[in-house]
Design a protein around this ligand. Sequence first.
Ligand code: S3P
Length: 472
Amino acid sequence: MEVRGQIAEVRTLTFTSAIGPLTSDLSQNLRYIKFMPDGSTAVVRPARMARGLVRIPGDKSISHRYAMLAAIAEGTSRFHNFSEARDCASTLDCVGKLGCVWKREQDKDKDDEGTIEVHGVGPRLNAPAEILDCGNSGSTMRMLSGILAGQPFTSELRGDESLSRRPMARIMTPLSEMGARISSSEGGRPPLRIHGGPLKPIHYRPGVASAQVKSCVLFAGLFAAGETVVEEPMRTRDHGEIALRAFGAEVERTGNASRIVGGQRLRAIEAHVPGDLSSAAFFLCAAALFAGSQITLPGILMNPTRARLLDILVQMGLKISVAHLEEHQGELVGSIEARGAKWRGTVIAGADTAALIDEIPVLAAVAPYTEGGLEVRDAKELRVKESDRIAAVAANLRKMGAEVEERPDGLRIPGGQHLHGAELDSFGDHRIAMAFAVAALRAEGETTIHGADAAGVSYPAFFQELETVAGR
Ligand code: S3P
């Protein structure tokens, strides 16, 4: 990856080019993407190019953590470019039910997504009068549980159908060891009932590499008398540690261990949320599909625990340059310019799989178009995401005529394949909906994606933005 001081030419293919303002109605007749009147079925037509500038919304992982920590901080926090994802709305809704007042100020003239103001309650939240609905958001349920474990009241958390199938034992075990009483439905699935209180510090070694688990335990560590340590099997994203420090807490990191001493008070902050690299991945892959494409993405999160994606894309042949590197509240941010050239295959395994876990669906969806194909290993976590992402990718690729080998913990997708348009399902999973919208741009004929509105879970304006960059 080339890092330089300035992007020589920043193309600004405007958002108004094809469909008018971002909020425009996608049921109108568009060039590449059309939503059916049901509002959830998208039809994607093939393109020959991806070109333009996209302002990627604020990072979802950071937005969740900011909202939760602001709720238990003292004072009023302000977050610019806070994610508009449905998942982050679930977090805001939950902290609201715990007594935290927040408001969104939308400034449509500005480039970013608007500002959230959160009035901190301090370390002791209010007992909720109703069940906390986490919607589709595993991050909300797992990380908020860490804070609720330290509260002197009982709370109940539930989720939608997909979240109700997801494993929660991974947070129940450490929180129970710390002294919280937690019950779940059979097999450690939501809904959860958490009876919190004063906690004991622990030295925890999670069995899975999970940043949600790490953040959950570190947040609980704020309420424990002494030092809590999380020693992860593999390095995962460190937004929890960085956000805790931004709010004034001391968090130490040595090797794969993060430590926090309980009883530290958090102070409100003002922060700009960097653009979400996992959302940027869809546009980077769209650029990779067509030699001659050029996509500019300003203000993107460059945190090294997330940016492995860029190395892999470069290895696969995408030309990437990064400019305007800055730091916002401990998070690295930069502008990306990507140009499509060759598109080669690769193998993703081990620590890379953990680092790319959210981007594997889109990398796999476009893998048949590579020279050499893609092999993904050590990815059994993908089976317990918003959908079983290994099965979902394999099923959709096969419908598009691709050869694909599905394995218990991964996939092997030969390269040099030609896909045709087909009738696909998002499986209610935002990343599957978006991954196949990108793959559809290079297929022969139209692709119909049922449940495409799932994209709103992380990226409500995704289809509008994809329309602006697709071209002939
Ligand atoms: C996230 C961590 C990852 C990722 C998820 C967001 C986070 O999940 O897949 O989209 O914000 O910490 P796991 O912690 O389950 O690996």
